[in-house]
Design a binder for this molecule. Sequence first.
Ligand code: ATP
Ligand code: PYR
Ligand code: K
Ligand code: MG
Length: 585
Amino acid sequence: MAVVGDLALMGTKISPNKLIGKLEKRVFVVPVSSSQKFSFSHARNLEIIKKSRIAVKAVMQMGLEKIQSSSELKSLKEGYLGFDVVTERELKENGFLGLRKTKLVCTIGPACCSLDELEKLALAGMNVARLNMCHNSREWHQDVIRKIKMLNQEKGYSVSVMIDTEGNQIQVVDHGSSSSVKAEEDSIWYFTTEKFEGSRPFTIQANYEGFSEGVNPGDEIVIDGGMATFEVIERVGNDLRCKCTDPGLLLPRAKLSFWRDGKLLGTDYDLPTLSTKDWSDIVFGISEDIDFIAVSFVKDADAIKHLKDYLATKSPKAIKVLAKIESLESLQRLEEIVEASDGIMIARGDLGVEIPLEQIPSVQEDITYVCRQLNKPVIVASQLLESMVEYPTPTRAEVADVSEAVRQYADALMLSGESAIGSYGMKALSVLRTTSTRMEQSCREENRQTLLHQRKLGVSLPDQIAEQICNCAVEMADNLGVDAIFVYTRHGKMASLLSRNRPNPPIFAFTNDSSTRMALNLQWGVTPLLTDLSDDMEANVKKTVQLIKAKGMIKTDDAILVVSDIIPFSTAQTIFQSIQVMTIA
Ligand SMILES: Nc1ncnc2c1ncn2[C@@H]1O[C@H](COP(=O)(O)OP(=O)(O)OP(=O)(O)O)[C@@H](O)[C@H]1O
Ligand SMILES: CC(=O)C(=O)O
Ligand SMILES: [K+]
Ligand SMILES: [Mg+2]
């Protein structure tokens, strides 16, 4: 391996001819410090790279003397390439660029919980199955999780499992009937904490004794973010006598919020984010080998940190903790929550009860922005295709909402009632798939990635070297128009840093850690593959390329950009992080 010392490629202009000259040495190594920018503008012409059949390496923070020569490389064990059946099919049908980038989450409910229905969702592109612990029995959830695991193991799917905690949902009220009830203008209603069976006329049961604490006559009660509004006339003990001021529908298990002078009343009931039931659901989730826990009604980073500490000692595998942003408090502490968690769900359902609806679009944009800055995956959830719970076709506005979330580069989109109880769950998933694929394509055409990359990714993450490598790698990949990015990663960090830059080509993340593989199912543009990895990068690359080629997925002259952050077992103090560009011989 030829090592070209302080090569002048960094930040300096180099003519394409000269570049070919360098490239003809087959390999050169460029030490780059994180303060220097590795400029590759003159290698834009992919033909140059292709002709030279060469690997370009940028090596950061490493002892150069520790680079092993190719002759010393050990060959990898024979292994298999962990493609799931869906990705393999999509790749064969649509090629690298046709791979969908936006991930899809489906809430599982009575409408889609049979093995057959779950398999249909998996085939149609469900990356993550969400189980809402608010509903149904432990046995029901266990049965669904086991069916999904069986599909993964026996039929080659790769669907991750997420449980979503119930939380202390204190602001829930119920009128006791299974259908909706109309509240007429000026009608008088009681909101009571008294428990009773069935329904009573003009009476609404609150599920928490202290629900009316601090509420005064004159305050407003808003149901489900605006389905109906009441004015509090008087307090009777803990109960409230109210007049309907804006008529509307009361659904079973409706959510309420209190307002005074046009402002949301703070509701600090001082209840823990994770209830006793949530903890027992979490223990259940660990025993069922789930991949994600989405924590409802997060108030600050503490509950997330606590849960992560707990999982670190109690869970044999790395379960990822997602914070659901669905309250005013969580918005006020957004950054610390994002920083503490492994990802975010924008839970627009409950959020719409706590903030005026017209604020949701800009709040969504702000949250997706913060998540990308801090490199955490973000799911946009609730009511994306709500009308499809009943109808086989979405509204134009819903399609526009889905497209906007994709344009904002959300990592994932989520179905709730559409898949859980709707009559057209499969169709809804297909609408998410086709709509996101279409919008991704037009984003690529506009090459918005480059603009966003330059404009938006301003802050530096704690690991600046990894961040810089991945920023440069994506810039190179887009400029060169490579066919795919390969990343070799144990814990998924480099894969997520690449994804953060939202590159045009797909990212194939090779990992030997199955929890990393399942976690990457939520990351934009990443196809996670479980495979053997060794310390020997050259051998890793060679093996995986051969295997993918043997499957007919890449062909001669395809160009691939390779990034790795494998920490060798043998020289634990040396971190080897590199970018290579190679063409397939
Ligand atoms: N496991 C289940 N069993 C029965 N019904 C379910 C189940 N999961 C979801 N549903 C139904 O689907 C609807 C939408 O589901 P989802 O879980 O997204 O509700 P949500 O109220 O938006 O979530 P959250 O309670 O976390 O705010 C629910 O109102 C419920 O009726
Ligand atoms: C998903 C969820 O919890 C919500 O939208 O409220
Ligand atoms: K929930
Ligand atoms: Mg919610």
